[in-house]
Design a protein around this ligand. Structure first.
Ligand code: FRU
Length: 476
């Protein structure tokens, strides 16, 4: 067998300081997000031998506080009979002091057609959270059920009562996307219970629902998933695939997600996909996503790496809408307060200059006078991300200098203030607005130190803060 050499990073110009990336090589979806024996663990889809997607491994990092991360050895390597061509996405669960990973084995039929594949479900386990052993009797689910196509992947497992449940991203024989449910008493033997939610229309709900996650949030069931094939509208569903959610109630008897309502996008930016959640010991629901999208151009590929995960975010529910805010632990990244002041905005942009490429810019603007058009920007010469809030239209528009396609979000109600919290990290920008009601996640590629700008077509007052952040919170 030929031995391969892992790729290395040749230029660190776009490397992030405080976000999870691989030491080098490609990453996509977060996997196995969990809390085990005093550490948060995040795994991720990883190809260590190139800066493109390839046979998927599970990269691994852990953290005591959701802020500082330590990279651990690769947890899963493909190539065994049960996962011949890839260890695809999956989840983690703790049982009897042991950490179990449930993941999809990917298999090609060998005719060089990338769409000609089959998938099964497998398990691995660890008692120290560092070294993993594949279960000797893999696979735990050998094949897709008869009413399914070959799209059968991304298990998410949880416990309810004294049973374990697994949902999988799937496509039914009717070619519609859906999520299917299994039950087990021991994580090893699984019984198929059927679909719990399915697309009713190919154009509006898609042909395959990837990376499902299901959890209770404040008395309702949230089904998070990443459908493929939803058709773009003028201002919605503009990425190749979207990550979003349904809110309803899981009836375990039928089983079915009842009253699930319409699909809503979780984030409005260009670069957010395949998110996964876990619970903190104090009961908060934390979500983390892949900070990229399949169609995104990734200039860092020229430097020997590609992809990063978002900051961990707290998820809350207000009615049928989810909100995402930076995990409260992240304030520990602040090293210095550069600005903490009231401001009066006007047509001439005001400039706020952080020291490094890791910075947080936060504030609240008073919108009680005349309807305004407010612009918030991050600029480094010609490279910029610009967010405009047109108060009269209740519309947010985000533009990026390296892309011709804008992204949009509506602001519901008539808020009397605009709150913002922008987190910059070398080549990423995460935007949280109005207490997490709207978020935009972006990668962008400045060639020099950026600054923030604020302006408005009407005079308005507000309060802003600018913080420098730690430049290196992740070790490799
Ligand atoms: C989502 C996805 C998953 C799959 C993985 C493969 O981005 O397509 O459905 O398990 O990526 O890397």
């Amino acid at each position: 067998m030929q031995t391969q050499t892992p790729i290395t990073v040749t230029n660190s110009r776009y490397r992030l300081g405080d976000h999870l990336m691989a030491k080098a090589g490609w990453i996509n979806d977060p996997n196995g997000f969990c809390y085990f024996k005093g550490y948060y663990h995040v795994f991720y889809q990883h190809y260590p031998y190139g800066a493109e997607w390839g046979p998927m491994h599970w990269g691994h990092a852990r953290s005591r506080d959701l802020v500082h991360w330590e990279t651990l050895p690769i947890a899963l390597t493909p190539g065994d009979p049960e996962d011949q061509d890839g260890c695809f996405s999956g989840s983690a669960i703790v049982k009897d002091d042991c950490l179990y990973l449930l993941y999809t084995g990917h298999h090609y039929y060998g005719d060089n057609d990338p769409d000609h594949f089959w998938q099964n479900q497998n398990m691995a386990y660890s008692t120290d959270g560092v070294h993993f052993t594949k279960y000797a009797q893999n696979p735990v689910i050998a094949q897709a059920p008869a009413d399914n196509t070959q799209h059968f992947r991304d298990p998410k497992v949880w416990q309810h009562g004294d049973a374990y449940y697994m949902i999988l991203g799937s496509q039914g024989q009717d070619q519609l996307g859906r999520v299917i449910l299994y039950r087990s008493s021991d994580l090893k033997h699984w019984t198929y219970l059927g679909p719990i939610a399915q697309a009713t229309n190919l154009q509006t709900e898609g042909y395959m629902w990837e990376c499902p996650d299901l959890f209770e949030l404040d008395g309702q069931t949230v089904l998070l998933t990443s459908p493929q094939g939803i058709q773009a509208e003028a201002k919605r569903f503009l990425n190749l695939n979207q990550t979003g959610y349904f809110i309803g109630e899981l009836d375990y008897q039928q089983p079915q997600l009842v009253d699930r309502g319409a699909f809503s996008e979780l984030d409005h930016g260009h670069d957010f996909y395949a998110s996964q959640t876990t619970l903190t010991p104090d009961g908060r629901r934390i979500v983390i996503g892949w900070m990229a999208m399949w169609e995104s151009v990734m200039p860092e590929q020229a430097d020997g790496w590609a992809g990063a995960l978002t900051f961990p975010r707290e998820l809350t529910r207000v009615g049928k809408q989810l909100r995402m805010k930076p995990a409260r632990e992240l304030t520990a990244l602040r090293t210095q307060t550069l600005t903490d002041t009231t401001v009066t905005l006007e047509a001439t942009p005001q400039r706020f200059q952080p020291t490094h490429r890791q910075a947080e810019f936060k504030g609240q603007l008073d919108l009680t006078t005349t309807p305004a058009v407010v612009t918030l920007a991050v600029r480094a010469g010609a490279v910029n991300v610009t967010l405009t809030y047109d108060q009269a239209r209740g519309e947010l528009t985000l533009r990026r200098s390296d892309r011709s396609d804008a992204r949009y979000a509506q602001v519901s109600g008539q808020p009397t203030a605009l709150t913002f919290d922008l987190w910059l990290d070398t080549s990423s920008l995460e935007v949280f607005l109005n207490d997490g009601a709207v978020t935009f996640t972006e990668r962008f590629y400045p060639q020099s130190q950026p600054h923030f700008e604020l302006q408005s077509d009407q005079a308005l007052s507000g309060h802003v803060q600018l913080f420098d952040l730690t430049q290196q919170a992740v070790t490799y």
